[in-house]
Write a protein that binds this ligand. Structure first.
Ligand code: ADQ
Length: 483
């Protein structure tokens, strides 16, 4: 049996260059954690971009960088600034991201972006061919690399290739607007197994395959030439234990060990014990519905003025893709909305919204999750949304209310949350009121179901289920070849 090769746009390590010395520290993100069971020992290799463009990489340190990455089981694909612009900020984040999240009006169909996307995907495919053997198993991740499976297949017809999409796959009516729709489908169909977070995304993909390529589709199998491609859903979980253990540790901290943020949250509770904290955490992205949420919050306070001074909304937005104009506009819109709502509704004793625009360390996320009475997540579209799962995992006493958009992939598995349509302000105002008054017994009952499910289907189970399905495809393929 060969190696397992994982490919994603970014490597799961952070490179730091200081005084001519390189250090590569493993990232702590959900994907990196989930892949631990797959990416371990000498039998696996992770290929991706290091985060440094060619221009930022001192030539004399090339070898040291390669060595530092190799120690982490990684190999890099070199990209220059112009490639990052066209491939990552361009086609990936100005064409595919908005289109797949149903923001058709934001999607830019630029030939230059497409050409760079193709050539960079070819670079990733070439790196795979160079670093792998025919009997290796390849797992390609996400929307930045949709052409890679077919590019590898052309050179390696018998290699086993899996692909997982972390964002939604849109309905046929949306997807068909993409000028390069056939090429994208053909790229993906180079895989043996294609995974999505939900059954709906899987269905949308199969519908596009049938209607745009005219291929035979039977249940979740696509027939192409002499190959059968399996399409299935694998809802991604979280590192449940990590969040649960961190929350237990947090609860046991003595007062002098508490962080500044936690002390501020504690003071808030002590000075206004009847007030409830409502939390939302997202990357600053238009798909997350942050601006609409702020408008809905204002609507709620105007519809039910008795909640003034009784609730506080904490918005934590992590900076993201700030080179893309839509994200700059959104940042401005959110800054203005927070300023206006706080300006209009604040009292001497109360500011309705606390707004943080930054990436916070893990410990601060835990402070926020464990101190909030309500989590309110309103994406307009979201492949999964792991924040919803993380909030539930940290609720050690099983209290807390999750209000979650039905447009998030996670809503399919989290029926015990209060599910809302983020465009319906009336419904959200009533749901916030319901959450405020929800009896503790009901909170515990809902959360205990959620916790059991999230603990069982954690991120490691997700990675293993995908790999098992991929290995099954490889074994069937081998049996077929030897017949
Ligand atoms: P994202 O769009 O980034 O991921 P999400 O699934 O919510 O969205 O994951 C965000 C992660 O970042 C969480 O693990 C969270 O803890 C962390 N985070 C958020 N805000 C932070 C902050 N201010 N500081 C530090 N950390 C913060 C994409 C898709 C999702 C899909 C995931 C996984 O868009 O739909 O769920 O991939 O497939």
């Amino acid at each position: 049996m060969g190696k397992t090769i994982i490919i994603s746009n970014r490597l799961p390590v952070q490179l730091q260059i200081s005084n001519g010395t390189i250090t590569a520290t493993p990232s702590v993100g959900g994907l990196a954690t989930g892949m631990k069971s797959v990416h371990s020992g000498s039998e696996s290799l992770w290929i991706g971009w290091s985060g440094l463009t060619d221009e930022e990489t001192p030539p004399e340190l090339e070898d040291d960088i390669d060595k530092a990455l190799a120690e982490q089981g990684c190999a890099k694909v070199n990209l220059n600034a112009q490639e990052i612009d066209g491939f990552y900020f361009g086609f990936s984040n100005r064409t595919v991201w908005p289109l797949f999240h149903y923001f058709l009006e934001y999607s830019e169909f630029e030939l230059d972006f497409w050409e760079t996307y193709k050539s960079v995907n070819q670079k990733f495919a070439d790196a795979i061919i160079e670093q792998s053997d025919e009997d290796d198993t390849i797992w390609v991740h996400d929307y930045q690399l949709m052409l890679v499976p077919q590019m590898v297949r052309e050179k390696r017809p018998n290699t086993t290739i899996g692909f997982f999409l972390h964002i939604p796959f849109p309905s046929y009516e949306i997807f068909r607007t993409l000028p390069w729709r056939k090429e994208v489908l053909e790229g993906l169909l180079g895989s043996d197994l294609i995974g999505f977070h939900t059954y709906d995304y899987e269905r949308h993909f199969l519908s596009s395959v049938r209607r745009l390529l005219g291929l035979d589709v039977s249940f979740n199998d696509v027939y192409l030439d002499n190959r059968v491609i399996k399409v299935d859903s694998f809802p991604m979980g979280i590192d449940y234990k990590k969040f649960k253990d961190a929350a237990i540790m947090h609860d046991s901290k003595k007062s002098k060990e508490r962080s500044d943020l936690q002390m501020r949250l504690d003071n808030h509770k002590a000075s206004a014990p009847d007030t409830k904290l409502i939390l939302s955490i997202d990357r600053l992205d238009y798909s997350k519905g942050i601006a609409k949420r702020l408008n809905a919050f204002e609507y709620f306070l105007k519809k039910y003025p008795e909640f003034k001074e009784k609730v506080r909304l904490i918005i934590l937005a992590v900076p993201s893709r700030s080179n893309v104009p839509q994200y700059q506009l959104l940042k401005k819109e959110i800054d203005e909305l927070v300023g206006r709502i706080n300006g209009e509704l604040s009292t001497v004793n109360w500011t309705p919204i606390w707004y943080f625009y930054r990436s916070l360390p893990f410990e601060s996320l835990i402070d926020l999750y464990t101190s909030s009475d309500i989590a309110w997540l309103t994406p307009l579209r979201d492949g999964m949304n792991l924040v919803a799962k993380e909030y539930i995992a940290t609720r050690t006493d099983q209290t807390g209310v999750l209000i979650l958009s039905e447009m998030a992939g996670s809503a399919y598995e989290m029926n015990e949350a209060l599910l809302i349509n983020p465009n319906n302000f009336e419904e959200q105002a009533d749901t916030l009121k319901q959450a405020f008054y929800m009896p503790v017994e009901e909170q515990i009952s809902r959360n205990s179901f959620l916790q059991k499910r999230l603990e069982r289907y954690n991120v490691e189970v997700w990675a293993n289920e995908f790999m098992n399905a991929l290995n099954e495809k490889r074994d069937i393929g081998k049996a077929f070849i030897s017949e």
